[in-house]
Design a protein around this ligand. Structure first.
Ligand SMILES: [Ca+2]
Ligand SMILES: [Ca+2]
Length: 218
């Protein structure tokens, strides 16, 4: 009898205290490779050299952070492949639903990329919803609009400590040198992600460095 009561109590607690892992879908665009409504996938073969299970429509790798506030450190970070339509799939499982181990109803979402400025959600994003960062209304702070969509700003090709979240003269210097050296491959100076550093990258960085774009999210 005691055992039965214990079991009922246990099941009751299990049911009513059940917590779930936070899940979210992401939509985000990178300025560099964006052409019209989708992004180019010219680095896919470079990605395949160093990563397994790379989708054929992968643009690059991004990191997705969830936070309890935009001014605090990430609670958890997940790596994903950004696809040409702006969706993000899990790096390991390729699921379009990103499963975090944190439990909770809603978090801020931050997306980071190796040579674009970070982008963040203006509000918390609910469990099992889509965080659409291509809609400027959903984006924290100033945004850049291209082809009618909010984008992550390209050209942060020099992002060492102290210079990490700003596109400035250092980025301009770094891309100028890489252009002169005609660097190719999977390299940070390739602002438009087409596998070569040339005049196109130079112009992207020059234009954004002149505007001194920076990210309030670190
Ligand atoms: Ca920089
Ligand atoms: Ca390029």
């Amino acid at each position: 009898m005691i055992k039965k009561q214990f079991l009922i109590t246990f099941l009751f607690l299990l049911f009513f205290t059940k917590s779930y892992a936070f899940e979210v879908k992401i939509k985000v665009l990178l300025e560099g490779p964006l052409q019209g409504s989708s992004m180019t996938t010219l680095l896919v073969n470079e990605l395949k050299k160093n990563h397994a299970n790379v989708p054929n429509d992968a643009v690059d790798i991004v990191n997705i952070e969830i936070r309890t506030s935009l001014s605090t450190n990430p609670l958890e970070t997940k790596k994903g492949f950004l696809l040409k339509d702006g969706s993000v799939v899990d790096y390991a499982t390729l699921s379009p639903i990103l499963h975090f181990s944190a439990t909770g109803n809603a978090y801020y979402v931050v997306v980071k990329h190796r040579n674009h400025l970070p982008i963040a959600s203006k509000n918390v994003v609910s469990h099992q919803s889509t965080c659409d960062l291509t809609n400027a209304q959903n984006v924290f702070g100033d945004t850049k609009i291209l082809h009618g969509k909010a984008v992550m700003i390209a050209g942060n090709v020099h992002n060492e400590t102290g210079d990490m979240y700003e596109i400035n003269a250092s980025d301009f210097y770094v891309v100028s040198k890489a252009k002169d050296d005609q660097l190719t491959g999977y390299i940070i100076q390739d602002a438009n992600l087409d596998g070569i550093v040339n005049e196109k990258d130079f112009q992207i960085v020059k234009s954004n460095a002149e505007k001194l774009y920076f990210s309030q999210i670190q």
